[in-house]
Design a protein around this ligand. Sequence first.
Ligand SMILES: *Cc1c(COP(=O)(O)O)cnc(C)c1O
Length: 344
Amino acid sequence: MNNLRLTVDRDALVRNWQALDRLSGSARAGAAIKADGYGLGASRSLQALQAAGCQDFFVAHWEEAAGLAGDAGQSSLSVLHGIGPADMELANSLAAVPVLNTADQVARWKALGGGTCHVMFDTGMNRLGLAMADIGNGLLDGLDIDICMSHLASADEDSAQNTLQLARFLDIRQGVKARRYSLANSAGIMLGSDYHFDLTRPGLALYGGVPRADMQPHIETVASLEARLMQLRTVPAGDSIGYGATFVARRDMRVGVVSLGYADGFQRSLSGQGVSLRHGDADLPLLGRISMDLVCIDLGNAPHLAEGDWVTLPLDLLALEAASGIAQYEQLTHLGQRFERVWR
Ligand SMILES: *Cc1c(COP(=O)(O)O)cnc(C)c1O
């Protein structure tokens, strides 16, 4: 696309991982790169983080692992969804390692010859994972388990559920033999060293998300949306802008029409929330509703801009969440397909 770019700051991604690795204390930080690296690019995220020393990567589906097989090299690439009945062929042909979640998945893995695997236990989220009752009942006998893990449901809050899940995970660690144990996602890293075990599994925070306020000083913005001005116009006082005429100019205004809309993941509910695009240091407030392919901005702070010039939205996910209520995770995973993805 000539008029729409998603730029990713590789060094900022790496610094975020390094910060999370440091915050993980004696544990190592891995990286969740599912959903195409939360929309920013799984392959390039893997390559950048691998070069920085990250050794453990997580995707949800085998198809995602297949797309990364050429990049993974000596790193461990894990498939969180385990092995469903439809996954046998891919699981058999790839070096990626399944995270086994059910007795049937354990049986499928054994049918494929076993080999190193991971296991997920459910400690109260009631999503994927084996039950506490599966500890010591023989189900896992004969498996070569690298990572034994569980997943926190409420780590972004100081919730009693965290303590409960930790207590259950400690019981799991007593009863399940594995080389490594892993509990914390991004937010869980901030819950302290009790939650770190051998490996943490951050996703969101790598890409600039801030799931807990106490993480904010450690995390940088990684991605920006950039779009060109398609048209400039002077809107006279009293005229309205955009669908529904939700904005009415109180004075004559210099207005830019930008080639970015909700089809690109710049969600409509960001309209009217005080969000601005930028050009250099200039703040360029949105005017009226975001439409599918376009949005209007106030050029009062950058009157020199011309048709074809670029304007930017840094993906400060926490600020955008505060403005719109759209979860940081969704802001990333809803990014559209029309961006040229540029890594710098
Ligand atoms: C997605 C995911 C993560 C990463 O979570 P974030 O909240 O993005 O840090 C870690 N572990 C599991 C099992 C996941 O599904």
